[in-house]
Structure formats: structure tokens, C-alpha cells
Design a protein around this ligand. Structure first.
Ligand code: RB5
Length: 145
């Protein structure tokens, strides 16, 4: 599976660790930046990964900022994208099973490296259940119109 990853400066170090972790597990990871600790604006990276998913450059996305909040809100502004900020694995798992989320976001100032890896692993291991959950996603898509 091809994964797009992106962060702002606050998530830069954790992005590198998650990228390494995912590559070790056999995922192909495309890095949409940022590429240094210099201060940048998280919407640019949320947007880049969200657009990469819509363009089918990558299948899923991982975003990191200080809290995971700003970068997930930014990704969710792209129509058709469901990005969830999670601080524990259960929500990460259910965000795929029930919400068919394409992007997981984590806060580098909220969760430690090992917890972030667990969250991302749960997210990538799951599949959408469909059925009644698709009806609810269709309603979300209606709201976007
Ligand atoms: C950057 O200082 C910080 O505001 C950003 O990483 C993020 O936490 C915003 O939601």
C-alpha cells in the first residue's frame, strides 16, 4: 500500500520516525513535507496529502502537527476527505471501520512515538465495513454540496 505522509515543523521529527516505521513494515511512503524544523503552516501539508489521495497518488494518509488538530481540519476542507485526529488506537481503528477515513492525524506534542506507531498501525490494518455506515458517509458527502 502507498501511504502519503505530511507534517508541519512541530510534527517533523515524528514524521521521520513514522516514515521509517512504515517503510520497515513494507509500505511505500511518499513524503509531502515539511522537510526541516523551520516554521511552516500546517494547512499546506494537510492539503497536499488530501489532494494526493483524491488524485490517487497514494491510498491513505498520515498527518502530524503539534496537536493533530490544525492539520486534520485543513485536510477535511478538501471535499471527499475524511481525516481523523486520534490519540489512541481504538478511535483510529473505528475511523476506518465506520467512517472510512482516508487520513489519520496525530499530535506530536500529545502522543509519544510508540503510541503514535500503534495508532497508525491500527488505522492501516482496518477495512471499511460498509452497509449502514455507507449511508452515513453519503449523508456527510451531501453536507459538502
Ligand atoms: C504549531 O505551533 C502548532 O500550532 C501546530 O503544529 C498545530 O498544533 C496546530 O493545530
Amino acid at each position: 500500500m502507498k501511504i502519503g505522509i505530511g507534517s508541519d515543523h512541530a510534527g517533523f521529527e515524528l514524521k521521520g520516525k513514522l516514515k521509517e516505521h512504515l517503510e520497515a513494515k513494507g509500505y511505500e511512503v511518499v513524503d509531502y513535507g515539511t522537510h526541516s524544523l523551520d516554521s511552516v503552516d500546517y494547512p499546506d501539508y494537510g492539503k497536499a496529502v488530501a489532494n494526493a489521495i483524491l488524485a490517487e497518488e497514494v491510498e491513505k494518509g498520515v498527518l502530524i502537527c503539534g496537536t493533530g488538530v490544525g492539520i486534520s481540519i485543513s485536510a477535511n476542507k478538501v471535499k471527499g476527505i475524511r481525516a481523523c485526529v486520534c490519540s489512541e488506537p481504538y478511535s483510529a481503528k473505528m475511523s476506518v471501520r465506520h467512517n472510512n477515513a482516508q487520513i489519520i492525524a496525530v499530535g506530536a506534542r500529545v502522543v509519544g512515538e510508540d503510541l503514535a506507531k500503534l495508532i497508525v498501525d491500527e488505522f492501516l490494518a482496518e477495512e471499511f465495513e460498509g452497509g449502514r455506515h455507507q449511508r452515513r458517509i453519503d449523508k456527510m458527502l451531501e453536507i459538502e454540496k
